[in-house]
Design a protein around this ligand. Structure first.
Ligand code: F0G
Length: 461
């Protein structure tokens, strides 16, 4: 009896508070999508059955998080909730100065504003959109140096988020670029590259290179726990360590970190900036007061700080991480077995469907990923997000270019959907896959000058 090794990985929680989902008919979805200008961003969430638009701020909190929120301290300055938050962040990161912010991009805004001057360079495996935008907003350059495998959708490299060490060293040693590098950053996991992890070995090497050249090394730590789990399960010699121990070592290699607690903070809002450099932290706190609030709340309620403090500890639970990564890998395996092209291997928070490959009858300017995403909605009420030519094709001069890839990201909210939701999702994708030749091109009839995907209106062409 003691040798029972279950193959089924069940949700490591019981559900005691539920939120109904609303079923709709195909006709209702047809109408809702037409009214939304064929743009899923403009749908009302109540018209979506399974919402995979993002894993950011959409997770379910635990009974312990809600309990901690009830007993928050809402004092303007020096609240107990801040000290519990600070202790939770320091317990994992070991970083000396902890500055709460209302979400990840606020930490980026404050840090880069204090750190960067025009002409500086920030090197990253791949900058997330908001990170790049904040670097460029300081008239600095955001340079991506992910390994070549990280740009190949079919490469099975276990750590496709790794930095290209030779390229990094060349930049740091270059007489032109080296002096302009103001920071070296790593995004864990690499969201823009498919949620791919970074190995501990690579983090150690990047940290050593940055330090040898006197550059601060920063972590964009949004999905640090998922990254720690991949290190535990994929990296030689790491299997016997806990996710917490691995995360602690990841942070021990860096000088500072930006974090969106809406991801691996298991909270619906919040973030932080954590730094070792006291002088830089002081300048950041001054900027924080201008835009976010006093340094012990940073734009958050005391109860948000409590939710994050508890969430940061829960997210490192092995049972939780095993279930989290397994449910996404399961979907990836079934899709791969059916021949559906996806970014391989499945990442930590999302499956990325490769629409350009799936729909060769549509050119990038006919928006294959947008068409595929809309078809998933019409067939089964599923909402993902296009990461392709609608999102990235519009150039500052108004011209249009093909994006590097046309993907549909299906990002999983944390602890929200169950195995049967995943099985249903699989059925929806396979149903659309079998009818893929009937998917129609789209054209844009209305768009804004920047970030057009949020508000554009489209029409079947
Ligand atoms: N860095 C990464 C790697 C992210 O994925 C995000 C957000 C941010 C920074 C910014 O954090 O949203 O709290 O301001 N990613 C979300 C997504 C929006 O859907 O991938 P934020």
């Amino acid at each position: 009896m003691h040798d029972f090794q279950p193959k089924t990985i069940i949700e490591p929680f019981k559900i005691r508070s539920v939120e109904p989902v609303r079923f709709s008919t195909p006709e209702e979805r047809e109408q809702a999508l037409a009214a939304a200008g064929h743009n899923p961003f403009l749908l009302r969430a109540r018209d979506v059955l399974i919402d995979l638009l993002t894993d950011s701020g959409t997770g379910a909190m635990s009974a312990k998080q809600w309990a901690a929120m009830i007993s928050s301290d809402e004092s303007y300055a020096g609240a107990d909730s801040f000290y519990r938050f600070e202790a939770a962040v320091q317990g994992i990161t070991g970083l000396r100065h902890v500055i709460p912010t209302h979400q990840g991009r606020a930490a980026e805004h404050i840090l880069f504003g204090a750190l960067l001057s025009p002409g500086d360079i920030v090197v990253n495996n791949t900058h997330f959109d908001t990170t790049r935008a904040h670097v460029e907003n300081c008239r600095a350059e955001a340079r991506d140096l992910v390994i070549a495998e990280g740009r190949q959708p079919r490469s099975l490299h276990p750590f496709k988020g790794n930095m290209d060490l030779a390229a990094l060293e060349a930049v740091l040693k270059s007489p032109d670029d080296g002096p302009r590098v103001r920071a070296v950053m790593m995004t864990v996991t690499n969201n823009s590259g498919g949620g791919q992890p970074v190995s501990l070995e690579n983090l150690r090497a990047v940290s050593a290179l940055a330090r040898a050249h006197g550059k601060p090394f920063l972590l964009d730590a949004c999905r640090f726990a998922e990254n720690a789990w991949f290190i535990k399960t994929r990296e030689p010699g790491q299997a016997d360590r806990t996710p917490r121990e691995i995360a602690q070592e990841m942070f021990s290699l860096c000088d500072g970190s930006t974090m969106s607690a809406k991801k691996d903070g298991l909270a619906n809002i919040g973030g932080f900036l954590a730094l070792n450099d006291g002088e830089l932290a002081g300048r950041c706190r001054t900027r924080l007061i201008l835009t976010e609030g006093f340094p012990t709340y940073g734009g958050l309620a005391g109860y948000d700080l409590e939710a994050i403090a508890q969430g940061l500890n829960e997210v490192l639970d092995e049972g939780y991480l095993r279930y989290r990564v397994r449910s996404i890998a399961y979907l990836g395996e079934r899709l791969t077995a059916a021949g559906v092209p996806i970014v391989q291997p499945p990442g930590g928070h999302a499956i990325y469907l490769d629409a350009r490959e799936a729909l060769p009858h549509l050119s990038p300017r006919q928006y294959p990923a947008w068409s595929l995403n809309n078809a998933l909605y019409l067939a089964g009420g599923v909402r993902g997000v296009e990461i392709g030519t609608v999102m990235f094709g519009l150039q500052p001069d108004g011209s249009e270019r093909d994006a590097a890839m046309d993907l549909v990201r299906l990002a999983f909210p944390r602890r929200v959907y169950t195995q049967s939701h995943v099985d249903y999702l699989l059925e929806v994708i396979l149903h659309v896959w079998e009818r893929r030749e009937s998917l129609r091109p789209l054209r844009i009839v209305e768009q804004g000058p920047v970030l057009r995907h949020f508000t554009a209106r489209l029409e079947p062409a």
